[in-house]
Ligand binder design. Structure first.
Ligand SMILES: Cc1ncc(COP(=O)(O)O)c(C=O)c1O
Length: 384
C-alpha cells in the first residue's frame, strides 16, 4: 500500500485474527501455545520462537523500514549482540565501524566481539577516502551510526554502499537517531538496520527494546535462527508499548525537531556556549548531505560550554530538563557523555573525538520550546 509514513505508523499492520475488532493489538501474555493435535500447530509454539504481539510490532517496524522482515529484542544492545553472532572467528572477520559510536556499542565491540575473534576497526565513515582506505580483503561488514552519538557526524550511506558494492561486505546502519520517519537506510543500500527502540520508536522513556531489520530474506532467516537460539526477545507487554509508541512517531518527531531547531539557535547565542552541533543548522558541515539522504534532522544536539565547571553546574541546575542517560523520549533529557554514555570509551580515543568534560548532549523532547529554553537559560546563565 502506498501510504505515507505517518499513516503507516497507525495502519500498516492490522490484527485481523482478533474477532472482537479490537483497535489496539491485543497483548498475548503467554509463554507457550497449546497444539490442536500431534503434528499440528496454530503457527505459534513457544514465545521465544514467536509471539503474536511481538510479531505485530516486528511487522510494523518492517513496513516502516521497507525491509524483508524485522526482529524485536529486549534492548538495542541485545539486537547488536545478536547481530555479531553472524560472524565466525574462523573467517578472521574484520568490521569497520564509525569511530564516533554510542559507548555501549564500543564496549560490546571491544570487550565481547574482540574476544570472540571479531576485529573491529574504527574509521571516520563520514570521510569517504578514510573509510575506503580502511577496507581490506577481510572486511565482512561496515557498521555505521549516523548522525553519530554525540558528535553529530553524518555518513553518506549510499556512497559507502557504492564503495563496498560487490565485495561481500554487509552494510549495517544504526538508524536510532532518525528513525524510519526521517530516514530509510534500506533504500540507500543498507543490508541491516539496527534500532534502539528504547528511544524514538517507543518514545516515552518507559521501555527498553531493540530491533534488527533485514533487507533480504536470507539474512533475516539467519538472524531469526540466532535470536530464537540465544533468546533476547522482546516481551509481549513491551512489544505492545513499542507498537503504541510508534502510533505517535510522526507527531513526536516533528514537534521534537521543531523544538530542537529553536534550542540550537538559542544555544548559539549564549556567551558560555563555545560550539553547537545540530545537523539541522544550515552551517553544520553535513546539512546538505542530511537533506539529501533524510527528510528531517531529528532532535539530538550536542554542545560545548566554556569550562567543565559550567558543564557540571548546568547538569546540577536544570529543573524541567532531566539529567538522565537515554534519548528520543517525550521528556527533554540532558546527558554528560564523559561520565555516562561514553564512560567506557578509552580516554585517549574519547578525547581525540572531542568528548571531553565541556561537552553536553541534549535529547530535545516535546514540551513547549519556551519552557525548555527558560530552563536552559536558568541553568546556564546562573552558572559560575
Ligand atoms: C545509537 C544507539 N544505538 C544503540 C543503543 C543501545 O540501545 P539500548 O540502550 O536500547 O540497549 C543506544 C543507546 O543509547 C544508542 O543511542
Amino acid at each position: 500500500m502506498g501510504m505515507k509514513t505517518e499513516t503507516a505508523c497507525l495502519h500498516a499492520v492490522r490484527d485481523k485474527t482478533h474477532k472482537t475488532g479490537s483497535v489496539a493489538a491485543p497483548i498475548y501474555q503467554t509463554a507457550t501455545f497449546a497444539h490442536p493435535s500431534v503434528g499440528e500447530s496454530t503457527g505459534y509454539d513457544y514465545s521465544r520462537s514467536g509471539n503474536p504481539t511481538r510479531e505485530h510490532v516486528e511487522k510494523l517496524l518492517n513496513a516502516l523500514e521497507k525491509g524483508a522482515g524485522a526482529l524485536a529484542f529486549s534492548s538495542g544492545m541485545a539486537a547488536i549482540g545478536t547481530l555479531m553472532e553472524l560472524f565466525s572467528p574462523c573467517e578472521e572477520p574484520e568490521i569497520i565501524a564509525t569511530d564516533d559510536l554510542y559507548g555501549g556499542t564500543v564496549r560490546l565491540f571491544d570487550r565481547i566481539s574482540r574476544k570472540n575473534g571479531i576485529k573491529v576497526n574504527y574509521a571516520d565513515t563520514s570521510n569517504l577516502p578514510e573509510f575506503e582506505s580502511a577496507v581490506t580483503g577481510r572486511t565482512k561488514a561496515v557498521f555505521i551510526e549516523t548522525p553519530t552519538n554525540p558528535m553529530m557526524k553524518v555518513t553518506d550511506i549510499a556512497a559507502v554502499r557504492e564503495i563496498t558494492a560487490g565485495k561481500g561486505i554487509l552494510l549495517i546502519v544504526d538508524n536510532t537517531f532518525l528513525t524510519p520517519y526521517f530516514c530509510n537506510p534500506v533504500s540507500l543500500g543498507a543490508d541491516i538496520v539496527v534500532h534502539s527502540g528504547t528511544k524514538y520508536l517507543s518514545g516515552h522513556n518507559d521501555t527498553l527494546s531493540g530491533f534488527l531489520v533485514a533487507a533480504g530474506a536470507e539474512i533475516l532467516e539467519r538472524l531469526r535462527f540466532i535470536q530464537k537460539t540465544t533468546g533476547a526477545v522482546l516481551s509481549p507487554f513491551d512489544s505492545f508499548l513499542v507498537t503504541r509508541g510508534i502510533k505517535t512517531l510522526a507527531v513526536r518527531m516533528e514537534k521534537a525537531q521543531k523544538n530542537a531547531l529553536s534550542v540550537a539557535k538559542w544555544l548559539k547565542e549564549q556567551p558560555k556556549v563555545t560550539a553547537v552541533r545540530y545537523v539541522g543548522l544550515p552551517e553544520h558541515p553535513a546539512y546538505e548531505l542530511s537533506r539529501k539522504q533524510a527528510s528531517g534532522f531529528g532532535s539530538m544536539i550536542s554542545f560545548s560550554v566554556d569550562s567543565a565547571e559550567t558543564a557540571r553546574s548546568v547538569l546540577n541546575r536544570v529543573e524541567l530538563i532531566l539529567f538522565a542517560e537515554s534519548l528520543g523520549g517525550t521528556e527533554t533529557l540532558i546527558t554528560y557523555p564523559v561520565t555516562q554514555t561514553h564512560a567506557d570509551v578509552p580516554e585517549e580515543r574519547r578525547l581525540s573525538r572531542g568528548i571531553d568534560e565541556r561537552l553536553l548532549r541534549l535529547s530535545v523532547g516535546i514540551e513547549a520550546e519556551e519552557d525548555i529554553i527558560a530552563d536552559l537559560e536558568n541553568a546556564l546563565n546562573l552558572s559560575a
